[in-house]
Design a protein. Structure first.
Length: 74
């Protein structure tokens, strides 16, 4: 069930004391990282300022929830 949350504050990335922490986290494996980022951004996501590594991109959905696109090197 989903419902409107009065006083909703989007989570911050990376997590910081005193701020709303991420409430969920999804990782998606992709073959072409840059193409997947472009597709996610075209669908409304934004690229987070903080990026933890070269083979992962953290993006934020329109409500501010972070998710990761992970290059599948396997």
């Amino acid at each position: 069930m989903f419902q409107q949350a009065t006083g909703y504050r989007p989570p911050v990335w990376p997590p910081a004391d005193g701020d709303q922490r991420p409430m969920m986290h999804l990782d998606f494996q992709v073959g072409d990282l840059e193409a997947a980022v472009a597709e996610a951004v075209a669908a409304g996501a934004t690229l987070a300022d903080h990026q933890p590594s070269d083979n992962v991109r953290v993006l934020l959905d329109p409500a501010g929830h972070p998710f990761c696109l992970c290059r599948d090197d396997g």
